[in-house]
Write a protein that binds this ligand. Structure first.
Ligand code: WTA
Length: 635
């Protein structure tokens, strides 16, 4: 059992221990898990190379740490509670015994299809129990899962399948999302037209709509499971063998395949889950994220299940059938910990009090927030109306790259302050640097957030591109992990995350590279060039503002071209990347060397009309006035 910190003094003590002697600190926690063979060395690292290895030569299987380790005591306890999109449909509750059985069966299915340790498995599924079963079955046989959020387009899915050279795709016929049905299999079929590495597709029947079936390649989940044995011996892997790849957007180029390995990730996800949420046996925990993102990986599946917790998985959306859905789920299952994103809080807040008042929610003990800065107004609404003024809010800062929560209050232990992620988790050594990389020590400083010592959950590389890994995270500042976020440390030593300092924008908690969106817009035949920036958006946190230069307008005029740009972006990336505002301009503000001055565009997108700082390096300063007056006319 992982030790749970229970007092502020206990946190301070643990934190100091983790900094003074990180190897001993993490080794002690790692001993709580089941290993076939223990490691030779706790940690080997060099941020300059870069190389990070935790518990190297330790042999284990993460699913044995979920199942075999728990079955004697918790076999009949719910592992996953699945709430369907439609509240009137049948829910599903899988006990540890039942989930174990399904995972073993599907592990045998994967083996029978020739999938072996190290092979990549792409998963493109809605939030149904088979998604959880699929990922755990991969881990069971040492295969590497690469889950692609089911809101991405066929194009994006194909890019990810090709980059990972996945042999098999696990999917469903369709998906339910609120009142909509999404043709998932159709998207997979389109993607696979360009993916020669894929030999098999396994499809879960969820919506039971008619879909095309390619003989020899496509198989039904239910057919394969019917004849599969439920006995399966877990495959032993090394602590540093890959557990999964998860693609995320960066400031340049195509999405990066973030690689997480087994031992360190396991220890970190489990440790942070238990301590941040202060989970106690018998609690019901509900994280509303999608498993297609890192939050779902670490805090719907691995973190909770490694602790023998009951994790609630929700297929639908917060506004279906009405804006009270989350609160109804909380009451239906007596949820104790609820974890969601600020964008959802703001959207529900905007619907008005009627959906939340009178819900009571006496079971709630802890509220969590993740994915983007939570503004004070949303924080207070969450605290007062959802938590009835009595539940601590854990504002958890972390990233796909960190694997688990890195800066956050421990619920009820570290006093909170609205919009502050407060203090680092044990094992995390944050530093704040200025643009030159000089460390800004002490309190009341603001700069760029870096981390100076490895932690077990951190990424190990970018799949297939170690050089990019080095460039992205370890080349900006010597011997430091660069997070990409701006941060402030206040007079109490508390951290407040200020948002990205690179060309990544955060739209409804989804990370988006501005370059990626620009590339999609530029693919439109009438577009010459474009520049995309983020701007403050009441609900989404940031909205996408696209400045677009067209050669000529088609017959549809301005509106026609805007509509077709939106369509193109949806097709190339997915609907989540559609710009909120498109401004057609005749030119972009560029320096004499041809570099777009995004600083100016960001200001215009924020509504600034006059003060743009130094514009003397602009090739044509007149273009700024033209853009400003066009922007003022935009609704
Ligand atoms: C942002 C999500 C402020 C941040 C787990 C980070 C946050 C990016 C917070 C990672 C928070 C995440 N407060 N900003 N509590 N949590 N972020 O990879 O900019 O999808 O770099 O991981 O989200 O997004 P990702």
């Amino acid at each position: 059992m992982i030790n749970k910190i229970s007092t502020l003094g206990g946190y301070i003590h643990e934190y100091q221990k983790s900094v003074a002697n990180p190897r001993e600190f993490w080794e002690q926690i790692a001993h709580e898990f089941y290993w076939h063979k223990k490691w030779d060395k706790v940690l080997d690292w060099d941020f300059r190379e870069p190389r990070i290895e935790w518990f190297k030569n330790g042999k284990l299987n993460i699913t044995e740490n979920i199942f075999e380790r728990n079955l004697f005591t918790r076999g009949n306890q719910p592992a996953i509670i699945w709430e369907p999109n439609d509240p009137n449909d049948q829910n599903r509750i899988l006990t540890y015994n039942e989930l174990y059985r399904e995972v073993c069966k599907f592990a045998n299915v994967l083996l029978s299809m020739g999938i072996r340790k190290g092979d990549r498995v792409a998963i493109y599924m809605p939030m149904i129990p088979e998604l959880a079963i699929s990922m755990l079955a991969c881990a069971r046989i040492g295969a590497v899962h690469s889950i692609v959020f089911a809101g991405f387009s066929a194009n994006s899915l194909a890019d990810r399948i090709i980059d990972a050279e996945a042999k098999i795709v696990l999917t469903s016929d369709g998906a339910y999302r609120g009142s909509k049905t999404i043709p998932i299999k159709e998207i997979v079929d389109e993607a696979l037209e360009t993916c020669p590495s894929v030999e098999h597709v396994v499809m879960v029947e969820r919506t039971r709509e008619k879909v095309a079936v390619k003989a020899g390649r496509d198989h039904l989940w239910s057919d394969l499971m019917q004849s599969a044995s439920h006995e399966n011996q877990a495959v032993e892997v090394d602590s540093e063998d890959m557990l999964f790849i998860l693609y995320t957007s960066g400031s340049t180029g195509k999405p990066k395949g973030i690689v997480h390995t087994t031992g360190g990730y396991m220890v970190y996800a489990a440790y942070t889950f238990k301590n941040v949420f202060q989970y106690s046996d018998g609690d019901v925990y509900f994280c509303s994220a999608d498993i297609g993102w890192i939050t779902g990986h670490s805090y719907i599946i691995y973190g909770p299940l490694l602790n023998g917790a009951t994790s609630l998985m929700f297929e639908g959306i917060p506004t279906y059938p009405d804006g009270g859905r989350y609160w109804d789920i909380v009451n239906k299952y007596n949820v104790n910990q609820f974890y969601t994103a600020p964008t959802a809080i703001r959207a529900l807040m905007a619907l008005g009090q009627q959906f939340v008042e009178n819900k009571g929610m006496p079971s709630l003990k802890v509220l969590g927030s993740v994915g983007e800065p939570i503004n004070e107004m949303a924080w207070h609404w969450y605290h007062d109306h959802v938590g009835n003024n009595r539940c601590p809010i854990v504002d958890t800062w972390w990233q796909t790259e960190t694997g688990g929560i890195a800066i956050s209050p421990l619920a009820g232990i570290i006093p909170t302050k609205p919009s502050f992620a407060t203090l680092p988790m044990p094992g995390i050594q944050p530093v704040i640097v200025d643009h030159e990389g000089k460390e800004l020590a002490g309190r009341s400083v603001e700069g760029i957030l870096c981390i100076k010592f490895p932690w077990p959950g951190m990424l190990r590389t970018i799949y297939g591109d170690h050089e990019r890994f080095k460039q992205t995270y370890f080349s900006n500042y010597d011997n430091l992990y660069f997070s990409g976020d701006g941060v402030k440390r206040d007079e109490d030593g508390y951290y407040r995350i200020l948002g990205r300092v690179d060309d990544v924008i955060n739209v409804s908690g989804h990370r988006m590279g501005t370059a990626e969106v620009e590339n999609a817009i530029n693919a439109h035949p009438l577009v010459n060039e474009s520049a995309v920036v983020g701007y403050p958006h009441d609900i989404k946190g940031q909205g996408i503002f696209a400045f677009v230069v067209c050669g000529e307008l088609s017959t549809g005029g301005e509106e026609g071209i805007k509509t077709s740009i939106l369509k193109a972006v949806s097709k190339i990336i997915g609907p989540i990347a559609k710009p909120d505002k498109i401004l057609l301009v005749s030119g972009l503000p560029k320096t004499r060397s041809g570099k777009i001055m995004r600083r100016i565009l960001r200001k215009i997108a924020e509504g600034e009309t006059a003060s743009f700082g130094d514009t003397t390096t602009l090739l044509d300063p007149g273009v700024v006035n033209e853009i400003v007056s066009a922007a003022q006319k935009l609704k």
